[in-house]
Design a protein around this ligand. Structure first.
Ligand code: NAD
Length: 336
């Protein structure tokens, strides 16, 4: 699939996390030889640690750490970010905004060391809140980010950093790419601890209920809020294609299969073979009322869009979380 030579020096930041770990695992499996990963977490806390990858524990809010990570690297995927699901970002706005230090210093380091491409992982949270007030959504097109009224904290940081990529490109000639992910899910992601997102949280709750012989599940909000969810394999395909292609404006990378949260629970219940009694916590963080990805642009640019069926991706995710909850320690790390 890739047009890059196997000895291309590639840096993935946030490599100890969900998407970064998967990307490095895929690149390694394809035979790439000069891979580097960086993450603030100690190495033994990375979700995936891949043998043969130059893995470094670095706090990329620091300029010097970004220099160390970027030196000699031609392609930089910048996934490092202090983030989580709504349960995290609604109550950690300042921490979310401090990720601007990561993106600022990574861009500066990429420029200093002459990186050929820099990809920034933005989010659907950049979209204006007033376009997401109804469950019957009109899918979001890229231009809906302006006039700006993004998600407070996390979304503002993303929008600002997108803008910084644009100006590093215009003023300094650094080739940047900006992807706006819409809810990514899959194995080897966060599934507990407060940063998990709805697909993993619902799998965990259903599995826990089943294991405990209980019949109840608590759902955040009224269950009618709508979203789309992209499986990790689609995410990787999209992000690599954008990195290697010519399109340099912000672009949606997300699924357009819209479901309500209740429908997401239906899917997980079907996989688990259970039916639970649902209670709705209307005070819990729930985010915007409805959101979907308009994929016209990505179809035009790549002739492709994410297409893994939610049922299929959730079956994989469910199985993995089930193994994590029932298997031997350590629960969330491995080395290949
Ligand atoms: P993740 O939390 O699993 O990974 C992010 C990683 O960044 C973590 O391992 C974390 O330790 C690391 N990090 C945080 N602060 C750091 C620092 N100061 N220095 C170095 N590393 C640091 O998240 P993810 O799901 O893999 O997301 C990757 C990127 O994609 C993020 O930028 C995120 O905002 C974006 N994104 C993800 C989703 C999604 O649904 N997963 C949706 C939209 C955007």
């Amino acid at each position: 699939m890739s047009s890059l030579p196997k000895d291309a020096p590639i840096l993935v930041t946030g490599a100890g996390g969900f998407i970064g770990g998967h990307l490095l695992a895929q690149l390694k499996a394809e035979g790439y030889t000069r891979l580097r990963g960086a993450d603030i977490k100690p190495l033994d806390h990375w979700f995936q640690r891949i043998e043969g990858v130059d893995s470094r524990s670095l706090d990329l809010r620091e300029k010097q750490a970004c220099r160390e990570a970027a030196e000699g690297m031609a392609y930089i995927y910048n996934f490092a970010c202090d983030m989580g699901g709504m349960g995290f970002i609604e109550v950690h706005k300042a921490e979310c905004m401090l990720s601007v230090l990561i993106n600022t210093h990574m861009l500066m380091a990429a420029r200093e060391f002459g990186a050929r491409r820099f990809l920034y992982s933005s989010s659907a949270c950049v979209y204006a809140a007033d376009k997401q007030t109804d469950t019957h959504v009109t899918a979001l097109v890229e231009s809906d980010a302006y006039p700006a009224m993004p998600e407070d904290g996390y979304g503002w940081e993303k929008l600002f950093s997108e803008r910084m990529c644009r100006h590093f490109s215009e003023d300094f000639g650094l080739e940047t790419r900006v992807v706006r992910f819409h809810n990514v899910y899959g194995p080897w992601g966060t599934y507990d601890g407060g940063r998990e997102k709805a697909p993993a949280a619902i799998c965990r709750k259903v599995i826990s209920a089943k294991l405990a012989g209980k019949n109840d599940i608590e759902i955040w909000g009224d269950g009618l809020q709508t979203r789309s969810f992209m499986y990790i394999d689609d995410c990787l395909h999209g992000v690599r294609s954008i990195m290697e292609g010519d399109f340099s404006q912000p672009i949606n990378v997300g699924s357009s299969e819209l479901v309500t949260v209740n429908q997401l629970v239906d899917i997980v219940e079907k996989i688990a073979g259970v039916t639970l009694r649902r209670s709705y916590n209307l005070d819990a963080p729930k985010g915007v009322r409805g959101r979907n990805s308009d994929n016209s642009l990505i179809r035009k640019v790549l002739g492709w869009e994410p297409s893994t069926r939610l049922e299929d991706g959730m079956a994989q995710t469910y199985r993995w979380i089930h193994d994590m909850l029932t298997g031997p320690e350590p629960k969330n790390r491995f080395t290949i």
